[in-house]
Design a protein around this ligand. Sequence first.
Ligand code: ATP
Length: 277
Amino acid sequence: MTMLESTREFWRRDQVWPVLMDDDVKVDVSKQVILYVEGLSVSFDGFKALNDLNLYINDGELRCLIGANGAGKTTLMDVITGKTACDTGTVYFGQTINLLKHSEAEIAQLGIGRKFQKPTVFEAQTVWENLELALKASKGIWYNLRASLSASEQDLMLGILDTIGLQTQSKQLAGALSHGQKQWLEIGMLLASQPRLLLIDEPVAGMTAQETERTAELLTSLAGDRTVVVVEHDMEFVRSIARTVTVLHQGSVLAEGTMDDVQNNRDVIEVYLGEEA
Ligand code: ATP
């Protein structure tokens, strides 16, 4: 993606006119659940990619979603983030926000951040500039991109740099970062919009063992204040971070529990982990 295309992407998110969105829309997590997915079905040409799927994510948890290729993980993320429409079902962000009534751009503004597998940072910009652009882009179309950062925005950026462990690379061009560092920077760019729920797709694919370990620490540290849902194929990694693992199969939840629970689940062994073995 060129710089121009990437910038357009950001602006597309900002097509939500602030006058139409209530900036103070609060996610009601009074029941400790931040995401409700119920009876969700999506079909493509008659093929059911999601089939009456039910999923509940607690506020502040770090949930791992696993499943063989084609199990429906990406389709689920696509529906939650407004990229794909569903046939039937409901998706609620907290008690009151019906995500199915919102566009992809509005869902991002509501506080759901998504990171795709491949890092898409601006390689010709520094780490700091990447974060600054993400922060300004998240403010909406009326925000002056040339305005200098306020003290609280600077603090937010410094906090993010600290969280993603790239303080010393702050002035370095993003293109010169390692693959793992680019992934962390992109997570930082998501954090700039201060999301409540982060959906992260295969964060450790292509990472070194050391980067994988650092990513486990990073994602674990993000949960609590935010909710983090990770889709990942790397079982060692899932074991290292997950308290609760949800296994998808043929568009439905096959099993859910601790890693030990699901690894010892007969159905899971048969259809998923068995295949891997
Ligand atoms: P992977 O781990 O390989 O990414 P996944 O669990 O994310 O797999 P999905 O990408 O959600 O699975 O796909 C579920 C099924 O739906 C697959 O059989 C896929 O081929 C099909 N599918 C997904 N998107 C479309 C589409 N736009 N048109 C037709 N079929 C689709």
